[in-house]
Design a protein around this ligand. Structure first.
Ligand code: ADP
Ligand code: MG
Length: 504
């Protein structure tokens, strides 16, 4: 069977940029074929060639087995390829009906033409189940309705292939659902659809196959039920083990030191974290590792022993005092990490920190300043979507975690204690968290990484303490940090390595 669309070795060379490099793929009638790739991967370039906006540098486009050559968008449309770009092409001051038939108004004159126009417009909207008044000015419609008009317009004539470039990017949840439903219906009618999206969830909902592009090259075409982790791996080119950045760092003075710390779950723990260092704490459930972080932050009681920050004892053990002394703690349970979920994101990012610092004037929080500080951190941490006014609960777990991170970064803190920082978040959010940790250490901060995720501890740490039943059972440095070395002491067996003290 001939594919509806066949793209053969398509290449587009711009001056100095090879935007698309020898890409081949095909789309069947009735198929929803997802194009996936990071920004700059070449998705738009590919569809612009299919839409007749760019001429290929080389390669072939076949539609229904016939080679096409599009000198202009009108040629592609005439051949049956309709493209809905992110920037809509409607004229805001014209009505829905006028927009639908812009450039192809019925040729007959007077009243007859007008009635025909209306009937045809009605039929076009009915086809996609859109209930939109024909006489309404496009500028008066919400974005979702404008998009439907654009799609209806694209389906006029003999469309065989519909290309949608991130159609849900600017839609709310309910409108997105409806759009996905429409895509399903249209593919059910035999239309071939190329669908570009960044929303991973949509892929398994409507897609049949996914083609992944990276740096202008085709990486693979895989079934749409391929797992999200794998898709991210294909998209980013990072194997899961390569998630851990290695920025150069030089350990300096001890910033956090625990001397013989004893509490309900800890029995004489001594450890240290230097400036410019990531120190891992590993151990099984019940090893007491979480209590290390909680004790430093004043959330678990200290029975005896001493905690020092920059060589000076922490006298008062409470979160507020710890923050004042330059410790920030990121707890594992994000629902309990002090996010006000019903408040907008920026309020959580700047919470409490700006009253006396960056965004305040005369003791009042300066709203605009607060927002601009929040925005800069949203960009730095790639929080998605980047809408700081959106309610915090609407963000994914990974993005909520990043909001907590942003809050810690605004404090300009010296000591960063992470407890299970990546539990339950997706791969790309993990990569962001690791990047930030790595940047913190490179900037001379002390990072304590308490984690049950062994690959993460092995991949990120300069030194590792392994805890068992409240004791440090081994202390590993550099090349000693291997999976077998950590595992061999997980259950408390005697280790060949000496348990490390603060200055080990
Ligand atoms: P995507 O849509 O996947 O984000 P694009 O197709 O827009 O990627 O871009 C692919 C590459 O081609 C990028 O490096 C981009 O900068 C470059 N590029 C895109 N359009 C042009 C153009 N008109 N002129 C020069 N370079 C371009
Ligand atoms: Mg693009």
């Amino acid at each position: 069977m001939t594919a509806l669309l066949r793209v053969e070795s398509l290449t587009k060379q711009f001056p100095g940029v090879l935007a698309l490099d020898n890409v081949s793929l095909d789309v069947d009638a009735g198929e929803v074929h997802v194009l996936l790739g990071e920004n700059g991967a070449g998705k738009s370039t590919l569809i612009k060639m299919l839409a007749g906006l760019y001429l290929p540098s080389s390669g072939r486009i076949l539609l229904g087995g016939e080679e096409m050559s599009f000198a202009a968008p009108r040629d592609a449309r005439a051949a049956g390829i309709s493209t809905v770009f992110q920037e809509l092409s409607l004229v805001p001051t014209l009505t829905v009906a006028e927009n639908l038939f812009l450039g192809r108004l019925p040729s007959a004159r007077g009243i007859v033409a007008r009635r025909r126009l209306r009937d045809m417009a009605r039929a076009a909207l009915d086809r996609i189940g859109a209930d939109i008044p024909l006489g309404a000015k496009v500028s008066s419609l919400p974005r979702s309705a404008q998009q439907l008009v654009e799609i209806a317009k694209g389906l006029l004539g003999e469309a065989r292939l519909l290309i949608l470039d991130e159609p849900t990017a600017s839609l709310g949840d309910r409108e997105s659902e409806r759009l996905l439903e429409l895509v399903r219906t249209l593919s059910g009618q035999g239309l071939g659809i190329i669908y570009i999206t960044h929303r991973m969830r949509e892929i398994s909902q409507i897609g049949h196959r996914v083609t992944v592009l990276r740096d202008g090259r085709l990486i693979d075409t895989v079934p749409a039920d391929t797992g999200e982790d794998r898709l991210v791996e294909l998209m980013t080119g990072r194997a899961l083990e390569d998630l851990y950045p290695s920025l150069p760092r030089t350990p300096g003075a001890e910033l956090l030191t625990l001397h013989d710390v004893t509490g309900p779950e800890l029995h004489g723990i001594s450890l240290s974290v230097r400036a410019g260092e990531i120190v891992g704490v590993a151990g099984l459930l019940g090893s007491g590792k979480s209590s290390v972080g909680r004790t430093c932050f004043g959330l678990d009681p200290l029975h005896s022993g001493r905690i020092e920050v920059q060589g000076k004892p922490l006298k008062q053990l409470a979160p507020a005092a710890a923050i004042t002394r330059g410790i920030v703690y990121y707890p594992s349970d994000r629902r309990h990490q002090g996010l006000a979920l019903c408040r907008p994101l920026f309020a959580n990012i700047t919470l409490g920190s700006l009253r006396h610092a960056k965004a305040s004037t005369f003791g009042l929080v300066n709203r605009r300043r607060e927002r601009s500080v929040a925005t800069s951190y949203v960009e730095r941490l790639s929080i998605r979507p980047g809408d700081i006014g959106r309610r915090t609960e609407l963000f994914s777990g990974g993005n909520q975690q990043k909001a907590v991170l942003a809050r810690g970064l605004i404090h300009g803190t010296q000591v960063h204690i992470f407890d299970e920082p990546t539990v339950g978040i997706d791969v790309s959010a993990k990569a962001d968290v690791y990047r930030v940790m790595s940047e913190l250490a490179a900037a001379g901060k002390a990072v304590l990484l308490i984690s049950s995720d062994l690959p993460e501890v092995l991949g990120m740490s300069d030194r590792v303490y392994v805890l068992h039943e409240g004791h440090v059972v081994s202390h590993l440095t550099g090349d000693e940090i291997t999976e077998s070395a950590v595992l061999s002491t997980f259950f408390g067996e005697a280790s060949t390595t000496t348990p490390g003290g603060p200055s080990a």
